[in-house]
Design a protein around this ligand. Sequence first.
Ligand code: GLY
Ligand code: MN
Length: 460
Amino acid sequence: MPADMIKLLSANGAIPSRDCARHREALRRSLPDGLILVSGGEEIVRNNDVHYAFRQHSNFLYLAGVPEPGYRLLLDPRSGQDILFIPRIDTDHRVWLGHVAGPAETKRRFGVAEVRFQDELPGILAKLRKRYRLCYADPQAWSATRKEFGTLVNKTEKLAEALETLRAVKTPGEIELLGRANEVSAQGHLAVMRAARPGMREYELQAEFEAVCLRRGLKHQGYQPIVAAGRNGAVLHYHHNHDVLRARELLLIDAGAECGGYAADITRTFPIGGRFSQRQKDIYSIVLDAQKQCIERARPGVLSGDLHLHATRVLAEGLRHLGFLKGSIDELVLSGAVRIFFPHGIGHMLGLDVHDSLGGKRRQIPAPPHLRLRFNARLEPGFVITVEPGIYFNEALIRHKQLRRRHKGRVDFSRAEKFLDFGGVRIEDDIVIRPFGRPLNLTRVPKETAAVEAACRKAQ
Ligand code: GLY
Ligand code: MN
């Protein structure tokens, strides 16, 4: 990302208040005929007086940018007025938890003209509701304040749908944050490649990754890092991260930090010890080829399901060439045989949630059932998606009795069994769809085999 873009971000990488103002304006225009009330998150008790680490609701971050608990936002589309409600903090809270911004500071920090205390909300709602017949309150806001809405009819699903629809297309400000999350996460991935040694534990590499993110000001991960050595790499959301790294095995790491709530989602697979064996290279090269071809094809108007189908065909050809699959590519794809080795989708939307908005119902196109996809939409400029093909030797699938019967002539299960210790290869980048020409790849982490080996060797 150019240096001048990075300068635009505030020190802690928060979402700029001018962007939140634009998001609120777009939501008011989507739902002009009712009062809109959106809740921020509340702290969740872990035990006694200890709470889980707080993460703001993504919709609230999108509209208000406030990362702390206990806030609400009211939008009055007829007057164009937005009111941010803040918690009234007592001395005890200040003693234990320190400073919480009051109204004047909140106005300055989050760029909202009107700031009130939460206990003023009922009185304000009682006045404003007279002008409307409808309201759009999220479930938490509705259960806490339904009395104050009087006879207004709540269209909570319309609110969720409007936000799903808006959040799909990222603004330049949001792309900057995704770019910054990627830039820092890329440094984390490089540090992990440099640090990995036989005998280490997976969690030591998790520590390496998170330390880089923390040192560079990104305090939160978008999801729990997946650090999977050897056969653990075949478990798609492996999370134990406590096994020992063995020489010549692969290490799959799927990890991305959050910046202002916007997540990077990056996967790399590299050889522990820094040199791919021929058999690792053979599988890796198929996945890399599928990934690069799909990134090239990620253009406006293209169906995400067609990207998935393309990846499936490239992987099928590679696996057939290596003797794991037999028969025609059409048959291997239609029968679902390829799913034994590639049991997930080619990617997903990325934003405030790592598995972000699907774009709303209007955009969803039913995918052919054999593809088993939750997300199938025509790509649009401003979509940010992951492209993450993989090949896995997953014991649960390779030893599955019914699958073995169903795909007897198509899959060489005995050969696949010999690769159970191989684990898996996944390569994942974060891609911005642009109006014209090639997409923008936000992820700058080596992925060609020679470059990966060089990155692993740097510290040796
Ligand atoms: N980063 C994990 C996933 O995309 O499912
Ligand atoms: Mn992903």
